[in-house]
Design a protein around this ligand. Structure first.
Ligand SMILES: *Cc1c(COP(=O)(O)O)cnc(C)c1O
Length: 401
């Protein structure tokens, strides 16, 4: 088995399991293990692991923590944000009708079962968001076009079968021509339709409810650095109806006591976290990388703010042919390096990628800077240095081989 030098993080278990000691400069990615879990959450998970607990009481305690941090009337922890979306949708369909909850997803007779979403919000975060709606048994009603949604698109999409409307806050969505959350809520509320907000990857735990959302879903394992989990918060009747889906479709999305306790601890830690100090360390990494790229032919770099206004910057690296790399070629060379460096590559076909500084262990920023510079100043190029970006699922289809 190939061996790798220790990169400053705990590589022991990775070595034991034969896993590559990757450095993650791509963001909080499900495919890379979601997050570096904060120590407070790790201790809470370890502490509760061997104890019996009454799950409804544990979730009641979680509800209080979530309400305190988000301003919602109530909340609960679920398996992930995607399951929270399904549960919120199902709850809007069934209310507290326990029999209807057991009848989902295929038997929706007598229930409101349509969910309106702007077409430019139908994103893919590893799976298509419309599937999280359909899993509940609801029908997806897209409103508007990929580049423009007008108020009448949403207004006319609502009818007597509409159960809810879903609004997505993410860099994945079309970033222009869409309705604002306020406009969307105004149209939906005029017709008594609850608005569910997918804020999976947002720092701001309060503003979406404050701006009119009825129920908001976050990932517990993105910026919060909790265990893999989702957080649902908002209007008590909707939250209760969503929670009751644990007796129905959400049974297949079961969250364990360790994730509930871990996420509660991560929420507590978030309140006390030294956000300014973290931001200073992130800025230092960005400047280090930008400096390392100075004067390299065909390479440009600029620090850019997060597209949805999270307090986070990234380094955008432009890769032009004079560098004898394409953006896709350089990204895959870095991923094949020792240690492997995984960059934020979802826009490589446009000739650039990003470095995200928010998931670094001590010492890793320097390794990334050194590796980038070494690769770009080397005499030779790997064989696929000029490769054209292409989404390729052939590897996935061979798993587990
Ligand atoms: C990550 C993400 C999700 C999925 O969140 P999970 O907690 O991984 O299920 C949903 N929506 C958006 C916008 C995301 O960024």
């Amino acid at each position: 088995m190939k061996t790798y030098s220790d990169t400053g993080s705990n590589s022991t278990i990775r070595e034991r399991l034969g896993l590559r000691p990757i450095i993650n400069v791509s963001g909080t990615m499900t495919t890379l293990g979601a997050s570096i879990i904060v120590p407070e959450a790790i201790s809470a998970m370890a502490e509760i692991a061997s104890q019996w607990v009454e799950m409804d009481d544990l979730q009641r305690a979680a509800s209080a923590v979530i309400a305190r941090l988000t301003g919602g009337e109530a909340g609960f922890i679920t398996a992930c944000c995607a399951s929270g979306i399904t549960m919120a949708v199902a709850g809007a369909m069934t209310g507290t009708n326990l029999l209807a909850i057991e009848r989902l997803p295929d038997d929706t007779e007598g229930l409101k079962s349509e969910v309106v979403i702007q077409l430019g919000h139908i994103v893919n975060y590893g799976a298509p968001i419309d599937q999280s709606i359909r899993v509940a048994g609801a029908r997806v009603i897209p409103a508007g076009t990929v580049s423009v949604t007008q108020d009448y698109h949403v207004r006319e999409a609502i009818n007597e079968r509409t159960a809810a409307a879903l609004y997505v806050v993410a860099h994945h969505t079309v970033q222009y021509g869409m309705l604002s959350l306020e406009e969307f809520c105004e149209i939906c509320h005029a017709k008594n339709i609850p608005v569910i907000v997918d804020a999976a990857s947002e720092y701001d735990l309060r503003s979406f409810l404050a701006r009119g959302a009825d129920i908001v879903v976050y990932s517990g394992h993105k910026f919060l650095s909790g265990p893999t989990s989702g957080i649902v918060t908002g209007r008590k009747d909707l939250v209760r109806a969503a929670y009751l889906q644990n007796r129905g479709v959400a049974r297949a999305m079961k969250v364990g006591k360790e994730s509930v306790a871990g996420t509660m601890a991560a929420l507590d830690a978030w309140e006390k976290r030294d956000h300014a100090g973290i931001r200073r360390r992130e800025e230092a990494a960005l400047n280090l990388w930008k400096d390392a790229l100075q004067g390299i032919p065909g390479i440009g770099a600029q620090i850019i703010p997060d597209p949805t206004n999270n307090p986070l910057d990234r380094l955008q690296i432009f890769v032009r042919p004079e560098s004898r790399f394409t953006a896709a070629g350089l990204a895959s060379a870095l991923a094949a390096a020792s240690p492997p460096i995984i960059v934020r590559n979802h826009e490589v076909e446009r000739g650039h990628f990003f470095l995200d500084p928010c998931n670094l262990h001590p010492g890793e920023a320097e390794i990334v800077a050194g590796q980038l510079r070494a690769m770009l100043t080397a005499k030779d190029r790997p064989s696929d240095a000029m490769k054209v970006a292409r989404k390729d699922s052939s590897g996935a289809l061979r798993w587990p081989d």
